[in-house]
Structures are given as structure tokens and as C-alpha cells.
Design a protein around this ligand. Sequence first.
Ligand SMILES: Nc1ncnc2c1ncn2[C@@H]1O[C@H](COP(=O)(O)OP(=O)(O)OP(=O)(O)O)[C@@H](O)[C@H]1O
Ligand SMILES: [Mg+2]
Length: 386
Amino acid sequence: MASIIFEGVEKRYPDGSTAIRHLDLEIKDGEFLVLVGPSGCGKSTALRMIAGLEDITGGQLKIGGNVANGLAPRDRDVAMVFQSYALYPHMSVEENIGFGLSARGVAKEEIALKVQKTAELLELEPYLKRKPGQLSGGQRQRVAMGRALVREPNAFLMDEPLSNLDARLRGQMRAEIARLQKMTGVTTVYVTHDQIEAMTMGDRVAVMRGGVLQQLGAPRTLYDAPDNLFVAGFIGTPSMNFVKATVIADGKDLFAEVGAFRLPLDAGLLEKRPALNTFLGKTITLGIRPEVLATADEADASKGRMQGNVAFVEDFGATQLVHLDVESASVEEAADEDAELTLSGNRLRAALPASLTIKSGDVLTVTVDPVHVHFFDPETEQAIRA
Ligand SMILES: Nc1ncnc2c1ncn2[C@@H]1O[C@H](COP(=O)(O)OP(=O)(O)OP(=O)(O)O)[C@@H](O)[C@H]1O
Ligand SMILES: [Mg+2]
């Protein structure tokens, strides 16, 4: 097993396009790290550089403490599981799992033993004699994993391994892969554009955008304390609301003015975040997750209120996502891919319990708990946290 360290790694393709810009990232020995970001942000490129399938055009890559820039793929002792898991159709499950070992000239008895052990781990024993064509998608996926596991590599590299599966199976395999990784303790780098996979599987998550690492942290940290607007909008479903506001001090009290509404902010906020002082009277961007908005409780004056017209409601079963037009508020759309934030008018999204009867055309007041408000500098897009 091994740590994997990117030190100022760059990747410029021969056509001159830069896929990775100065990447500093340390994946610890035994860690499950998820690389997540929108299409084209450089996830696969980063993974392929670890595998040795792309050369590194700047900086250093270390595997197990040794510089690996020039190492041939076969000398890196890493196993890659791809999105299209390309099993050999004419070989049985057993042969597919053992193929890599027999190609390396490992003794037959040893192969049999290792294949058996791997099949047990993956609960594939009943299918060892079958051909891939006689398996379900999830079973095929497990065979592909088995082929990688049996080699007992220093690290696993997985590039969107679940994207060909249906939603139910994806959910099962998410848990399965996470379980296997914990059991084997093999350093794993897992690439996905799906932030739910990132949040549920990773010990830590690295969020990329346009070849640049945006934030590295535990899933909880990314959710609770995103470093910038991009991470704030990318992590969490439904995505965070971004609202233009002016922060004003009224005596000892602090407010955020959103259109005609005054949202009280934490009394001690300026001590906690002195950087906010420089934004007093200026426009900033508030981040409010749909799930922290609640229906109004008249008794609670500590919470801000915004009133709007319900445009439409999406029923998710346990919750409903209420699209609320709040007059005079300006709400931005989360950035997708490399797009800048765009003003999407005055529509807020609130995730509310499905038990409430809410329908389009209703006038609805929602409350905002100041504890859950995020603050961003609209110029730099960075979180105002210090
Ligand atoms: N061989 C290549 N030559 C030139 N540019 C390339 C090459 N391969 C990838 N790129 C570019 O590098 C950038 C990163 O590509 P990469 O495949 O790493 O993205 P990704 O994050 O894996 O995206 P996806 O989620 O769509 O798989 C993209 O802009 C892509 O167009
Ligand atoms: Mg990719």
C-alpha cells in the first residue's frame, strides 16, 4: 500500500490545452479519496497520470514516497477500474479474475487460491463458472473489481466505475465499494462527477474545476464550510441558494438586507468573522441551503423571514422542493462547469417536509436561521470566514 502525492503537477496536452494546473494533493496511505467535479475538469487526466497512462508535463508525482513520473504503468503496481469494465466475454468469471495473474506467470495453485479468496470477498463464488454475458450489471462490476483486487495492488484507481449501472444498483455498489476499501485498506482514488458518490464514499473529497483543485476536505467540511461559491454550489442537492444582500449594522444588531426583507444575523458574527466588517454597507452573496429554510414560526423572532409566491412544487417523497418567487430579492444560479454565476431572478428553493400542504400560487413565508447562512465575497467568490 502506498501514499500518492502530487507536487505542483501540471498536465498540458500536446495540442496546448492545459488539463491540470499546479496540483498539490496528498492522498494518504489507505485513504479513500474522491476526485469530483464537472465534465472536463481534469479528473480522468489526474487519475491516468497516477496510472502512468498520461505523461506528466510538470511537477512531481510520488507513489509510496518515490518519484513515479517516469515509471512505466506496469511498474507502478496500481490497479485501475474503468467505467466500461471490459471483461473478456469468452472467459469465465474465474478466468477473468485470474487473468492478470496468469499473464504474470503466477503459479496455477496460487492463482486458484487468490481467485477463491477474492470471489468470497465479493460474494461471487456462485458465479465463478459463468461467462460475463450471464451476469447482471452489478455482478459484472464486481468481477471487474475482483480483477483489480486479486493483484493486491498498492492502490486502486477507479474512473466512474458505477456510471453504467441503474440508480438502485449504483446505490448498492457505492456501499459495496466503500466496504471493500475499508476491509482491504488499499489506498483508493475514485473519480466521479456525482457529488452524492463523493459525499457518501470518500474519507476526503477533492473538488476540481477547470484543472484547478478548489477544496480538499472531509465530505462534512465541504458541506458545512465550502471555501468558495463553486464548491458551495456543487456540493449538496438540491444546490445552495445564492442571494444578493447588503450587510448593515444597526446599533449592536447586524442584518442582511435582501430586497425588502431584513434577515437578522448572529449578534457575535462580527467578532467571529471580522472580515465581514469591510463588507458593511456593501453587496455580498449569501448562501442559504434549501434544507435550512423552514416554514415560519411566528414565535421565533431570532430568525429572518422572506415571503414569496410559490411558483411550483416538486414532490420528492419525504420532502418537497418549493420554488418560491421572492419579490425584490436577487438570486443567483449556482455555477455549472466553468460558467460564471448567473442571475436567475428572484427564485429561492426551499426543501420542506412533504406533510405540509403547499401548492403553486400560495403565498408562503420561510424563515432563515442565521446560524446556517454562508457569506461570500461576490468579487473573489471566496467564502468570508475569517
Ligand atoms: N488527449 C487529449 N488531448 C487534448 N486534450 C485532452 C485530451 N484528453 C483530455 N483532454 C482535455 O483535458 C480536459 C480534462 O479532461 P478529462 O478527461 O481529464 O476530464 P474529466 O474531468 O475526466 O471529464 P469527464 O467527467 O467528462 O470524464 C478536458 O478539457 C479535455 O478536453
Ligand atoms: Mg473522465
